[in-house]
Design a protein. Structure first.
Length: 144
């Protein structure tokens, strides 16, 4: 798969990650997967900032969609045995993110703080759980 994302266009919010941030922590030995996870957590750090707005939720939504599409393409091409369960987890998360747009006032710091906490917990469980299973498969397949 020659078209692996480099994400050189990913914005860096600051040189120092926030407390609880994954920006400084490696999440995968698969380079493209780790790079994308870092971008996801960077966006979550933005959501947690008191001066953020609803556009950051849209940024997360868009990035999640592209990240999940890439993971799903790899899983399908490599005939990953956990594909169906992984895709179901992705769809559940996408539904949760879409629900956030209708569950409160995204212009309030309280809403964004609650959304940040929920999203960070979900993504942490996903990245350190089901994505670790995918990582092991990718590393064994020697296509990372």
């Amino acid at each position: 798969m020659a078209n692996r994302p480099t994400h050189s266009s990913a914005r860096h919010v600051s040189d120092e990650p926030t407390v609880g941030s994954f920006n400084c922590r490696k999440t995968s030995d698969v380079i493209w997967q780790d790079s994308q996870h870092r971008a996801l957590f960077e966006t979550l750090d933005l959501i947690a900032r008191p001066d953020s707005g609803p556009e950051v939720l849209q940024r997360l939504r868009d990035y999640v969609d592209s990240h999940f599409a890439l993971e799903e393409e790899y899983m399908a091409r490599l005939e990953y045995p956990g594909l169906e369960a992984h895709v179901r987890a992705h769809r559940r998360f996408q539904q949760e993110v879409n629900g956030l747009f209708h569950s409160g006032d995204p212009d309030t710091p309280e809403f964004l703080a609650a959304a940040s906490l929920f999203l960070t917990e979900w993504l942490t469980r996903h990245v350190m759980g089901i994505d670790k299973e995918l990582e092991a498969f990718l590393l064994q397949s020697d296509t990372h």
